[in-house]
Ligand binder design. Structure first.
Ligand code: SF4
Length: 186
C-alpha cells in the first residue's frame, strides 16, 4: 500500500489543471465508461479543469479515475508551467505538448522517489542510506527539470541506477527477514 512520504508525493487535483483527464488515454472497460486517446480531453472535464462527476466516479463507471495516482506530478507540472508563463494547455499548443509529455515522465520519477523514501526507512538499509539520499537528490533534480518547460536529461540511466540500488536494499531487507544476517547500521 502506498504511503505519503513527502508533501510533493501527495496528489492534489485541486492544484492541477486536469492533466490526467487529458494527457493520458484509457479504454472502455470495467474501469472506464468510454474510450479516450492520449491527448484527448475527457468529456467530463469542465472549463475550470474540474471533474463534472467527481462525486460519483465509481457509480458512473470511472473506477479507474479513483485508483490512478500521479503522486503529485500533476500539480508539480502545473506549478512549474504557471511560473514559466502559463499552465492553460487549452490556450497554447506548445504548453499542451510540453505538459502532456511531462506527466508520465514526472509521475514515473515521483514513483522512484516514493520507492527510495520507502527504502530509506528500512533499518536494513544501513550503510546504503548515503546512496539512497544521493539518488533522491538526483531523481528530484530530474523531476524538477522534466516538470518545467524546455529540455531535460534522459531518465533511463537514472532509472537503471535506482533500480540497482533498490535491488541491493531489497537483498538486505530479505536477508534481515531470513534471520541472522545484517543488522541495522551495517
Ligand atoms: S471522469 Fe473525471 S476524473 Fe476521470 S478523466 Fe474524466 S474528468 Fe478526469
Amino acid at each position: 500500500m502506498r504511503r505519503d512520504t513527502t508533501p510533493t508525493l501527495r496528489a492534489d487535483c485541486s492544484a492541477c489543471v486536469g492533466l490526467w483527464c487529458a494527457a493520458l488515454g484509457f479504454s472502455r472497460s470495467a474501469d472506464f465508461a468510454h474510450d479516450k486517446t492520449s491527448g484527448e480531453e475527457c468529456v467530463h472535464l469542465e472549463v475550470a479543469f474540474t471533474c463534472a462527476i467527481h462525486d460519483r466516479l465509481r457509480s458512473a463507471g470511472y473506477r479507474g479515475c479513483t485508483s490512478y495516482d500521479c503522486l503529485g506530478a500533476g500539480q508539480r507540472i502545473t506549478a512549474a508551467f504557471a511560473a514559466a508563463g502559463g499552465a492553460d494547455w487549452r490556450a497554447s499548443a506548445a504548453t499542451r505538448r510540453g505538459m502532456f509529455a511531462a506527466l508520465p515522465v514526472v509521475a514515473g520519477l515521483h514513483e522512484l522517489l516514493w520507492y527510495l523514501a520507502e527504502a530509506g526507512e528500512h533499518p536494513e538499509a544501513g550503510a546504503l542510506r548515503g546512496e539512497i539520499a544521493a539518488a533522491r537528490t538526483r531523481v528530484e533534480g530530474l523531476a524538477a527539470a522534466h516538470a518545467s518547460p524546455g529540455d531535460a536529461d534522459d531518465v533511463a540511466g537514472t532509472r537503471a541506477d535506482v533500480a540497482e540500488l533498490l535491488r541491493r536494499v531489497s537483498e538486505r531487507v530479505r536477508a534481515g527477514w531470513a534471520g541472522p544476517g545484517l543488522r541495522p547500521g551495517q
